[in-house]
Design a protein around this ligand. Structure first.
Ligand SMILES: Nc1ncnc2c1ncn2[C@@H]1O[C@H](COP(=O)(O)OP(=O)(O)OP(=O)(O)O)[C@@H](O)[C@H]1O
Length: 365
């Protein structure tokens, strides 16, 4: 199947522009996940690709064909819907063969392709069942088979797993990923679930207010967010505006006066009591002294809220800690995402161990 190339795409509803100059290339056989907060334009992008929302600027190429101005049925870009959108009065086989029937394919060809797809999505033996008799996971597999039956150039999936319960969701996401690799289809998937995007996608595009903020591999997006928005959205929920003008914070930096926005994940904040903090902890990129405000059990660890002046910092820890315990948090440089006033990423600082303000181990916030 051909790849997808989106060039300066603009689309919206009436005069309301939602997508503003989207540029995105999906390579042959690649799966890209669109991630972003509610209302950022993910579904609008899929709808514009499929021809359900008109394109007001830019171009969409499926392979070498420009499809931006073609009607939906001529684009060969197929959508798998969140709600499956199956025909309830038809059997599994009739649903899978539906697109081929509309294309007026010969009966023998439809039968051959339907049995091929029944085997691919592991639904053999259920071909004569009504889709209403199937489980959610099975219905989603019928929807996927129906979309693949017509050999689309590009498959787009709009939150295909969100109607499934948590356990089924885990297995279906692996099935779709395996199928995508086996059949090599080019696809874009919208999901709200970051873990789903990290597991399923070859690359992730993070959208914010109708624009792409960053495109990269799951590892790049997770470990190297290039904007404050992506850092925050991808779970680096601790945010500190530097300088804090508070002795309880120390940033080991060559330019202590720089104004920075610092982001880091709770899992990267190493928590120790002031007495137990090691030399390495105290030479980390960012060191914070505070007191436990709350400790919540999360199954494999505790999430500790640490109060420090006007900040509350979240840190993961393997033990429960009682309220008001004095603690030291240290965040290594490579886990600290620092942005300047313009929101530009500042290269990770080497450990200079330059104290901005004198550090007092038993400082009380
Ligand atoms: N039919 C419509 N008419 C007018 N505005 C719409 C229409 N559909 C969506 N919008 C607006 O377009 C913007 C983007 O919506 P869209 O559904 O693409 O976002 P999304 O990222 O998919 O959100 P969600 O994750 O909640 O599904 C929103 O501001 C929404 O209100």
């Amino acid at each position: 199947m051909a790849h997808l190339h989106i060039q300066n795409l603009q689309a919206g509803y009436g005069k309301k522009l939602i997508l503003d100059k989207i540029n995105l290339t999906v390579e042959q056989g690649e799966m890209i996940a669109l991630l972003g907060p509610s209302g950022c334009g993910k579904t609008t992008l899929l709808n514009a690709l499929c021809g359900f929302v008109p394109v007001s600027g830019g171009e969409i190429f499926a392979g070498s064909r420009s499809v931006s101005q073609l009607p939906a049925e001529k684009r060969n870009i197929t959508m798998v819907f969140q709600s499956y959108a199956l025909w309830p009065h038809m059997t599994v086989a009739q649903n899978i063969g539906y697109g081929l029937k509309v294309q007026k394919a010969k009966r023998a060809e439809i039968n051959r392709r339907v049995s091929e797809l029944l085997s691919i999505v592991k639904l053999e033996g259920l071909e004569d069942e009504k889709v209403t008799a199937l489980s959610g996971g099975q219905r989603q597999r019928v929807a996927l088979a129906r979309a693949l039956a017509i050999r689309p150039d590009v498959l787009v999936l709009d939150e295909p797993l969100s109607n499934l319960d948590a356990k089924v969701r885990l297995s279906v996401r692996h099935e779709i990923k395996a199928l995508q690799k086996q059949l090599g289809f080019t696809s874009l998937i919208v999901t709200h679930d970051q873990e789903e995007a990290l597991v399923m996608a070859d690359r992730i595009a993070v959208l914010n207010q109708g624009k792409i903020e960053q495109i990269g591999t799951p590892e790049e997006i997770y470990h190297h967010p290039s904007t404050p928005f992506v850092a925050d959205f991808m779970g680096a929920e601790n945010h500190i505006k530097w300088p804090t003008h508070d002795d309880a914070f120390r940033l080991n930096t060559s330019n202590p006066a720089a104004e920075l926005d610092l982001y880091f994940r709770s899992e990267n904040a190493v928590l120790a009591t002031p007495q137990a903090a090691s030399k390495d902890d105290l030479n980390a990129g960012l060191i914070i002294h505070g007191h436990v405000e709350q400790s919540v059990f999360f199954g494999n660890n505790y999430q500790i809220s640490v109060r420090c002046g006007k900040h509350t910092i979240q840190a993961d820890h393997d033990q429960n800690l009682s309220e008001n315990t004095p603690v030291t948090l240290s965040v290594p440089n490579n886990a600290l995402h620092a942005f300047d006033k313009e929101g530009k990423l500042v290269a990770h600082q080497k450990n200079h161990a330059v104290s901005v303000k004198s550090m007092r181990m038993n400082h009380v916030c």
